[in-house]
Design a protein around this ligand. Structure first.
Ligand code: GTB
Length: 217
């Protein structure tokens, strides 16, 4: 059955593919699965009809027949469970790929999101100037270890997996901050993810939504 996902009607990331529908779109493209998109405004996200799909009134959501999912990681895992290109069949390799998904969302991403919040939402707070370098250091500590583990490998667990998809999606949030750029192997890793045809289709699809919201044809 063709799933329907929800995404921003006009994404605040201005089509840079940083909102969390992007990993979901990317996973669907990797799996070769067509999907429908329902656009929602910030106001609509908070209405009861959307909250019935997403308890926190956010995007993305995923509907497939009777199944309603929220949380981008859970959605990507669900898609990946039916696609050998995203999760290997061999039990241990599969478990390791899932561990990398959790590492992306639970170990690498938290200081990145915290830094974004301090930078954009707390710029007027007195702790702003002190906190940013602390968070940069926390991010760098994580990237030191991730970079050491990746080494010269192409992907984290051998073949490309949903673990790499989530990790690349998370690392992309650092673009232009002058942090990930200091790690040549991680920058090349992100570039490899972005060069995948499935990624490019997903990126183009979300950009088209943003451009339409701006009246660009
Ligand atoms: N843990 C959830 C998941 O992974 O699905 C988090 C979902 C989430 O944060 N959704 C955001 C949302 O709906 C959009 S993606 N926000 C509206 C609200 O909470 O009212 C987060 C996001 C937003 C904008 C940018 N950006 O502009 O760069 C990047 C990421």
């Amino acid at each position: 059955m063709k799933p329907t996902i929800t995404t921003f009607e006009a994404s605040p990331d201005e089509g840079r593919g940083l909102a969390r529908d992007m990993p979901v779109r990317w996973a669907l493209e990797e799996a070769g699965r067509p999907y429908d998109v329902r656009l929602v405004s910030f106001a609509r996200m908070k209405q009861p009809a959307h909250r019935a799909l997403h308890p926190f009134g956010q995007i993305p959501t995923y509907q497939e027949g009777d199944l309603v999912l929220f949380e981008s990681g859970a959605i990507v895992l669900h898609i990946a469970e039916h696609d050998a290109g995203l999760l290997p069949g061999e039990a241990n390799a599969r478990a390791r790929a899932i561990a990398w998904m959790f590492a992306a969302l639970n170990t690498i991403e938290p200081p990145i999101v915290e830094r974004e919040q301090v930078e954009y939402l707390e710029a007027d707070r007195r702790w702003h100037e002190d906190r940013l370098p602390l968070l940069d250091e926390r991010i760098r500590n994580r990237l030191d270890d991730l970079s050491a583990r990746l080494g010269n490998d192409e992907w984290l667990g051998g073949a490309f997996s949903a673990g790499d998809l989530m990790m690349v999606a998370v690392l992309r949030r650092l673009a232009g901050m002058g942090i990930v750029e200091d790690y040549p192997n991680l920058s090349a890793y992100v570039a490899r993810g972005e060069a995948r045809p499935a990624y490019r289709r997903a990126f183009a699809a979300q950009l088209a939504v943003f451009e339409a919201s701006r009246g660009v044809t």
